[in-house]
Design a protein around this ligand. Structure first.
Ligand code: UDX
Ligand code: ADP
Length: 464
């Protein structure tokens, strides 16, 4: 079946960029991205493409090219479902914050709502593609809802996990290592559904990079890929602490280890801890699934990746306190970077949130600068932790528009996101305006130690 109309439910970090690229590469397909969040849709439709709600290098240009040609953003979910031959579900699947599986299992309520809406609205056969990160066997749950509540039409469920990384989403989508499509490959209808999605991607991706599997392998591959990547970061972060105690340099270790072609050099950059919407959530998911199947050793093995990451964030913050003569009470600390990595405005699970929370518990005064994150987001992230009254977060945390303001009269500055612009700052000026001794904590191994020490900073860097 040749797909003519696509609907994507969820205009977030996954749905937005993915659909923009599909629309750009397949001008003959109409792509409508819908969301219940009216502000988000309004921002996607903003005349000035620089105001789209998601910052990704190269994305605005693609939206400018395809929008209102064959790429549309709308809040009319029913209409888009009705018209579509293929529906992608890209809604958020946060970790549950209540009830059974609290703090571990994925909350599937948004997915279920989508499924019920599709079942209610659909009057013709549809292919439903799960794009959100989901626990294994979610496709089965989707199928149950669709088949038992629908209007007697046929649904094929595909799993097509997203492997894009934020900050490089456009490149990852244009030139992916592989695309994975899981479907009911034992039935003719299932095979047809899989091949109609393969045909879409084949418009710009070589066929040998498009893998097809059964649904469960596809779902589990996504969790596995993220768990492996996160595990590498936790592994190198574990070594960073050992390096600090022994005089080795974690960057040198990572380089030496990464040159072994069996190991490879990627994802060996020691940091203040991984963040982002996927790593922690997916591993918790894996842990939850393993535990519920009675596989306790498997669950413990993967849980350690998260525990190590929590330790790294806490250790970094505790080291700031210890270095500042065991107290940061009333001291101003400049935080450079709030996003969970550079080139994104996404802050979900960012290490900066947890480091700041720790320092606030120690009564520090924090000044945050991030080139892409807005003040409301910083406060929302801190409020979400529920560690103190919201007024106190506003009183003790200032969000400023310049990195120099963050450093002004500060006892210490901490680099928590590896934004390129932080390398180029006039560090002499920052040093001059700080209190002395001026402490600089590099949570990203971004800055040159010798240079900074020459300026006069007391310099600390992860793993060195
Ligand atoms: C990840 C996966 O890479 C992607 O394939 C999947 O689709 C979604 O989850 P993302 O979370 O957007 O993507 O970013 P990623 O580049 O993987 O970084 C995750 C976190 O790990 C960031 O906080 C990053 O700073 C940190 N990281 C990454 C390190 O600390 N060291 C590294 O070497 C690599
Ligand atoms: P991701 O990183 O997975 O893309 P986001 O939170 O950035 O996650 O985006 C998910 C989007 O899905 C949000 O904009 C949210 O408003 C939207 N959404 C959630 N549930 C529904 C629904 N039932 N119908 C339409 N949109 C939804």
């Amino acid at each position: 079946m040749k797909i003519k109309n696509i609907c994507c439910i969820g205009a977030g970090y996954v749905g937005g960029p993915t659909m923009a690229v599909i629309a750009q590469k397949c001008p003959e397909i109409n792509v409508t991205v819908v969301d219940i969040n009216e502000n988000r849709i309004a921002a996607w439709n903003d005349e000035d493409v620089n105001n789209i709600p998601i910052y990704e290098p190269g994305l605005s240009e693609i939206v400018a090219e395809a929008r209102d040609r064959n790429l549309f953003f709308s809040t009319d979910v029913d209409e888009a479902i009705d018209k579509a031959d293929m529906i992608f579900i890209s809604v958020n699947t946060p970790t549950k914050t209540y009830g059974i599986g609290k703090g571990m299992a994925a909350d599937l309520k948004f997915i279920e709502l989508c499924a019920r809406q599709i079942a209610r609205v659909a009057k013709s056969d549809k292919i439903v593609v799960e794009k959100s990160t989901l626990p294994v066997r979610t496709a089965q749950a989707l199928k149950n809802i669709l088949e038992n509540t629908g209007n007697g039409v046929n649904f094929q469920i595909l799993s097509n996990p997203e492997f894009l990384a934020e900050g490089t989403a456009v490149d990852d989508l244009l030139n992916p290592d592989r695309v994975l499509i899981g479907g009911d490959i034992d039935s003719t209808e299932g095979k047809e559904a899989v091949s109609s999605l393969v045909e879409i991607y084949a418009n710009w991706i070589p066929k040998e990079r498009i893998l097809t599997t059964n649904v469960w392998s596809s779902e589990l591959s996504k969790l596995t890929a993220n768990a492996f990547l996160a595990q590498r970061v936790s592994s190198i972060n574990a070594m960073s602490e050992l390096c600090e105690k022994t005089g080795a340099d974690v960057n040198e270790v990572a380089k030496a280890v990464g040159m072994d072609s069996r190991i490879g050099s990627k994802f060996l950059k020691s940091s203040v801890g991984f963040g982002g919407s996927c790593f922690q959530k997916d591993i918790l998911n894996l842990v939850y699934i393993s535990k519920s199947l009675g596989l306790n050793e498997v669950a413990d093995y993967w849980e350690q990746v998260i525990l190590m990451n929590d330790h790294q964030k806490r250790r970094f913050a505790a080291n700031i306190v210890k270095t500042l003569f065991n107290t940061v009470s009333g001291k101003k600390i400049g935080v450079l970077g709030w996003a969970f990595k550079k080139d994104t405005n996404d802050t979900r699970e960012s290490a900066a949130i947890y480091v700041t929370d720790y320092l606030l518990n120690e009564q520090a005064e924090i000044t945050v600068y991030d080139p892409k994150v807005k003040a409301e987001q910083v406060y929302a992230d801190l409020d979400y932790l529920n560690s103190r009254p919201e007024e106190e977060n506003r009183k003790r945390v200032k969000v400023v528009n310049s990195p120099y303001e963050a450093g002004d009269k500060a006892h210490a500055v901490a680099v928590l996101t590896e934004w390129d612009e932080f390398v180029e700052l006039n560090w002499d000026d920052i040093y001059k305006n700080m209190l002395k001794p001026a402490f600089l904590f590099d949570g990203r191994r971004l800055l040159d130690r010798k240079e900074k020490e020459k300026i006069g900073f007391e310099f600390y860097a992860i793993g060195n």
